[in-house]
Ligand binder design. Structure first.
Ligand code: TXA
Ligand code: MG
Length: 326
């Protein structure tokens, strides 16, 4: 069931459904989330069931602002506060110690909670409307089934969960890949998942270097080696290898889609090509949508040109490597 995100009555309706413990998918600037009121463990359980996600994988709780964030946190470590001040509302999730007894299911059994204030105006309107109904936060993982590509359009959410799932339509997501996640519970900030924010920008706001995630990091499904996977087999290839592989390919090879900045030879038979944009933010915006389009074409293989080195490509590179992992 589509609800029009430009219509105030539809936003009120979505908030009322959430307040009543019903799941509602909603737009954010990164990807669409599958929402439930964060303080209702039974409602949150429906998210895990719908996604087929293990119950010990914690969810992000979306809040309107830092005041609502404080409701879910036992304390806000200073580094988390600096990051929130610098990037909220925006594509950054901070992991902080969870207030005891609050949002236990959303926390996936961890003593911490992931908090994010999304910048999308429809998400902010929904959070405000929900707060008027006594809902301080909306637990929301990406609105896709476990391990699958995150949705960046309302139609993607319907493709994942069927037309009966309420979806607040806010148009295509401007960022296109999920938020950067920084764990602020371990003394030093740890980057659990890169997003579109530059590492250097996060470090400048944090006032210290980010540590890499290690085996002690809390469980995060977006950090599993194989994730964001389309049905087709994905391979990452350098531009010269890609060109060479296309030349060597036989006519009888299975149906192939190519996403590359370099143009394949026009002779490549039966190959569906999409030109990869030059800028990382442009690739991030369309990446998940392109992978879904390839799947919908029924291709068996997807060859993707490996992005160039450089920190501005970290978020895209991370998603591509996980999509290609088997
Ligand atoms: O951009 C985003 O972050 C989107 C939009 C909807 O906000 N949400 C999203 O949620 O990507 P999800 O659940 O698909 O990914 C959130 C990641 C997961 O890998 C989860 O395990 C991790 O955040 N996470 C959440 N709470 C955590 C916690 N307390 N400790 C460690 N990791 C946590
Ligand atoms: Mg996800």
């Amino acid at each position: 069931m589509r609800l029009d995100g430009t219509d105030t009555a539809a936003i009120e309706r979505a908030a009322a459904l959430l307040a009543g413990g019903v799941l509602v998918a909603f737009p954010t600037e990164t990807v669409y989330g599958l929402g439930a009121r964060a303080d209702d463990d039974a409602a949150v359980a429906k998210i895990f069931e719908a996604k087929g996600r293990p119950a010990n994988h914690p969810l992000i709780v979306h809040v309107a602002d830092t005041t609502d964030a404080a409701h879910f946190a036992a304390r806000i470590p200073p580094v988390a506060q600096r990051l929130m001040d610098a990037f909220w509302p925006g594509p950054l999730t901070v992991i902080v110690p969870r207030a005891p007894g609050i949002a236990a299911a959303a926390g996936g059994g961890q003593s911490s909670v992931g908090l994010r204030s999304p910048a999308h105006p429809v998400a902010q309107a929904l959070l405000s409307a929900a707060r008027r109904l006594g809902v301080a936060g909306i637990a929301g993982p990406s609105a896709n089934r476990f391990g699958r590509v995150s949705p960046t359009h309302a139609a993607h959410v319907e493709a994942e969960f069927g037309a009966s799932m309420p979806v607040l339509d806010g148009g295509p997501c401007a960022v296109g890949i999920e938020s950067s996640i920084v764990d602020c519970t371990r003394g030093r900030p740890v980057l659990l998942r890169p997003g579109v924010l530059r590492r250097a920008a996060i470090e400048a706001a944090a006032g210290e270097a980010l540590l890499e995630a290690d085996a002690d990091a809390p469980r995060a499904s977006g950090t599993l080696a194989s994730h964001y996977a389309p049905n087709a087999r994905v391979q990452l290839l350098s531009a010269p290898r890609l060109v060479e592989a296309l030349q060597l390919r036989s006519d009888s090879a299975p149906r192939l889609a190519v996403y590359s900045a370099v143009a394949p030879a026009s002779a490549a038979p039966g190959v569906r090509h999409r030109r990869m944009p030059a800028r990382p933010d442009e690739v991030a915006r369309e990446l998940f949508s392109v992978l879904r389009e390839f799947d919908d074409m029924g291709v068996h293989s997807i060859w993707i040109e490996a992005p160039p080195p450089g920190p501005e490509w970290d978020g895209v590179r991370d998603r591509l490597q996980r999509a290609a992992a088997v």
